[in-house]
Write a protein that binds this ligand. Structure first.
Ligand code: NAD
Ligand code: ZN
Length: 259
């Protein structure tokens, strides 16, 4: 990968030039963005699903059918091995050079907003301000009734949460489960960013998780320039204007050095 990434100077310079001449730049990041922080992806060679097998995609239905039972199993770590591995990695992770480079780009006025599919909170820990966590955040709870979020900080729940004090609704982790709709307020905010963007940076996403990934095709259809940063080909590659075949940390660090 190292030798190959050296060949990407031209692509990174081209990406920098497009970003500099764009009016409104939005980055969409996926699980690949946090690989260099030690958090595995689901798909791909070292992905959790590749090693443990793909789980059933009905997580939200199972939660909804029996929230109390779900919480009991979860708190007792009676959960899939790949979720335990992911959770332990999330607890240990720290932002890497690529997260800091995004902050540098934001502070330089080169990057207007980030939509992340990640639930790890590393972007805000690095200091990023304009952020939409489209799949939620693992350190928050959310009421399914009224949508109110509650930050847990470092607190790890040891008992199932009480019903919502405001509306009596069921409380779950803010993380969007498979089969769960993205909360309307979050989706609307993400769509509003996409509608303003004339340049999109797709970083470390396989662009295969809908509806989040659909926003990339919407941006394209609205005339935005697409720049992909990913060591591997994705389903988005063929519609991108510039493709940087490198890891997020290396590529973003070099990109930010233009400002
Ligand atoms: P994905 O697992 O489908 O794909 C990851 C992509 O990252 C791949 O295209 C891969 O080539 C690329 N990649 C691997 N290493 C990279 C690197 N060092 N730099 C840049 N790119 C790299 O990820 P996805 O499209 O984001 O979809 C999976 C869903 O699972 C996401 O929606 C996310 O919510 C969730 N998820 C989140 C985390 C996290 O919060 N860190 C971790 C795993 C999964
Ligand atoms: Zn509520």
């Amino acid at each position: 990968m190292q030798a190959e990434s050296h060949l990407q100077h031209r692509e990174i310079a081209e990406a920098a030039s497009i970003i500099a001449s764009s009016r409104y730049v939005v980055a969409m990041t996926g699980a690949g963005m946090s690989v260099e922080s030690g958090i595995p992806t689901f798909r791909g060679r070292d992905g959790l699903w590749t090693r443990y097998g793909q789980p059933k995609m009905d997580g939200f239905k199972r939660f909804n059918d029996d929230p109390a039972g779900w919480w009991e199993r979860n708190l007792n770590r009676d959960i899939d091995a790949h979720i335990i591995e992911l959770r332990d990695a999330l607890v240990a992770a720290k932002p890497h050079a690529g997260h800091h480079a995004l902050v540098q780009l934001e502070q330089a006025g080169a990057l207007n907003h980030v939509i992340t599919q990640n639930i790890d909170g590393l972007d805000s820990r690095a200091g990023l301000r304009n952020l939409i966590e489209i799949h939620g955040n693992r350190s928050r709870l959310r009421c399914l009734g009224c949508g109110e979020r509650q930050s847990l900080g470092d607190f790890v729940p040891t008992e199932p949460p009480d019903p919502c004090q405001r509306c009596g609704g069921v409380i779950k982790f803010d993380t969007v489960m498979f089969g769960e709709p993205i909360p309307k307020d979050t989706m609307a905010a993400a769509r509003a960013e996409i509608d303003q963007a004339d340049c999109i940076l797709a970083i470390g996403t396989s662009a295969s998780v809908r509806p989040a990934s659909g926003l990339l095709w919407i941006a394209r259809s609205q005339g935005a320039t697409l720049i992909e940063i990913n060591p591997h080909e994705t389903s988005l590659t063929s519609i991108c204007d510039v493709v940087v075949r490198a890891e997020a940390g290396d590529a973003l660090n070099r990109l930010a050095s233009f400002w």
